[in-house]
Design a protein around this ligand. Structure first.
Ligand code: PLP
Length: 366
């Protein structure tokens, strides 16, 4: 071991303690700390504004939000999705009794390869669940065209995409619904939490039942719902963090620029370029070690020896998880496999000091 300071891949973004205390003080008067109280209502309203007037429904976490959309849409059969994602996306499909059909990703920004979707559509397909992975946006226009042609629902896993805009519009304006995660490690957090953003009010009515045991009123229960309610302390954290989101994303941008200055020009390293019409949230810093002098795993170990903990997001592919691998063949998604074997996500958070970015890059280069 050595005594160098530990740097993790991320660090939760937190408001000043005083600001949070101020925000939760009223809860000691009302003694109402969950069940869609004042903080919950306030956060929902502010987020509707943030999402250009779309409807917002808050949840305990992003995963339950995603499962709830699938449940509310009453999807059946097969869902076309990506294996290059966090476990949650695939698990949500499987846990709702559906069959994931894995589509390969494109090499440009690692989102679903839209040229390979059509060949996977069968009479059993009911939806497409793409992921705006790392906050990189999917080819939303082409996905919309295919969905219309085959009457499929589109649910975006936008867990990484809080604040991302295309042509000045929130990315949540595409698809039938988008799921956001407000987990502690995400760009915007409510400690744990998540949301559905949609313009479909019927879908919201159904999700309101799902997230509160199907309860309509004290004596009337209409549906076998679950418990997905965001509590008041989570919502209060969200209210504080929402006030800081612009400066936090700005700080992330500075860290990303510093990394790019060092690494972008190196031979054998690939970093994704954002399109000009996209306003990024700088959620992650994925670096592809392709023909670099060190392999991804060597860089990972080198950093670790200096107490710097990068992460191999997203390795393994979800289709290669022990619980799935007997049912799927990741040879069928060769680009996803190629990227998963070579990608490393470097430390990135608003408070990461630029001198530490320099140090990380030096270790990678030396
Ligand atoms: C974080 C994440 C989720 C799940 O969100 P939770 O809030 O942790 O439940 C889903 N999909 C992706 C891609 C994620 O990164």
């Amino acid at each position: 071991m050595n005594d160098e300071p530990t740097i993790n891949v991320t660090q939760s973004s937190m408001p000043e303690l005083e600001a949070y205390i101020e925000e939760i003080k009223g809860l000691w008067d009302s003694k109402i700390i969950t069940n869609m109280g004042t903080k919950h209502k306030a956060l929902q309203l502010h987020l509707m504004d943030f999402f250009d007037g779309s409807l917002v429904r808050l949840f305990t976490n992003g995963h339950l939000a995603l499962e709830s959309i699938i449940e509310a849409m009453d999807l059946r059969g097969e869902v076309i999705t990506t294996p290059f994602t966090f476990a949650s996306t695939t698990h949500a499909i499987v846990r709702r009794g559906l069959k994931p059909v894995f589509c390969d990703i494109n090499y440009e920004n690692y989102t679903m390869d839209v040229d390979k979707i059509e060949g996977l559509i069968t009479e059993h397909t009911s939806a497409i669940i793409p992921v705006h992975v790392y906050g990189h946006i999917c080819n939303v226009a082409e996905i919309q065209r295919l969905a219309q042609k085959y009457s499929l629902k589109v649910i975006y896993d936008a867990a990484h995409a809080f604040g991302v805009k295309v042509d000045g519009k929130s990315i949540s304006s595409y698809g039938d619904a988008s799921m956001y995660s407000f987990h502690a490690t995400k760009v915007f957090n409510t400690i744990e939490g998540g949301a559905v953003v949609t313009v479909d009010s019927d879908l919201c009515t159904k999700m309101d039942l799902i997230k509160n045991f199907g309860i309509c009123d004290h004596e009337k229960v209409d549906y076998w719902g679950t418990n997905g309610k965001m509590n008041e302390f989570q919502a209060a954290m969200g209210l504080c963090n929402l006030r800081r989101i612009d400066t936090e994303i700005e700080k992330r941008g500075k860290v990303v620029k510093r990394y790019r200055d060092h690494l972008e020009k190196l031979k054998g390293i690939k970093m994704v370029k954002e399109a000009d019409n996209v306003c990024s949230n700088h959620a992650y810093l994925p670096v592809l070690f392709e023909d670099y002098k060190y392999t991804r795993d060597e860089v990972y170990e080198k950093l670790k020896a200096h107490n710097i903990f990068a992460r191999k997001y997203f390795y393994p592919l979800t289709s290669d998880f022990d619980c799935y691998k007997s049912r799927f063949d990741s040879q069928l998604t060769p680009v996803a496999r190629h990227v998963a074997n070579r990608i490393l996500t470097l430390p990135l958070y608003p408070e990461l000091e630029l001198c530490n970015v320099d140090r990380i890059c030096e270790i990678i280069m030396k």
